[in-house]
Design a protein around this ligand. Structure first.
Ligand code: 4NP
Length: 154
């Protein structure tokens, strides 16, 4: 199984989701069976490490995002990944515009899929530290449910 998280810049939300899910898969003994990655719909931050504020919030809860580097999502990703999860509706719209008719990937809105109280992971880029903590909490909750789904699918 291959899972790809997508946000706008690939420096805040989707790298956080990548780090959290990878950590939870390791804890569940599924690290060898599920490949996790992230990408952005935009290209402004390609090659950069995750935002320092995302890294700091993640580190406080035991997730290490430091080795990740941003990349832009491509049409080829729809052939590589089984599940592509967008952080917000704008990301989802952009992904739908890019999606080839024959791609194997299932495309969904991350939080909606796991019936979270809110549908979208809010963009924290222009917020203070509290925004990054909120993002992390939303991602942790949905990732717990995603691990359960993946267990059932493997
Ligand atoms: P992300 O956050 O999509 O969660 O990585 C953003 C990062 C950068 C920008 C916007 C959102 N930006 O405008 O540069």
């Amino acid at each position: 199984m291959r899972v790809l998280f997508v946000c706008l810049g690939n420096i805040c939300r989707s790298p956080t989701a990548e780090g959290v899910l990878r950590h939870k898969l390791r804890e569940a003994g599924l690290a060898d069976q599920v490949e996790v990655a992230s990408a952005g719909t935009g290209d402004w931050h390609v090659g950069k490490a995750p935002d320092k504020r995302s890294q700091a919030a993640a580190k406080l809860r035991g997730y290490d995002l430091s080795a990740q580097r941003a990349r832009q999502v491509s049409r080829a990703d729809f052939a590589t990944y089984d599940l592509i999860l967008a952080m917000d509706n704008s990301n989802l719209r952009n992904l739908k515009a890019l999606q080839p008719t024959k791609g194997k990937a299932e495309l969904d809105l991350f939080l909606r899929r796991y019936q979270s109280e809110v549908d979208e992971v809010p963009d924290p880029y222009y917020d203070g530290e509290q925004g990054f903590e909120q993002v992390l909490g939303l991602i942790e909750h949905a990732s717990d449910l995603l691990v359960i789904e993946l267990k059932g699918r493997l």
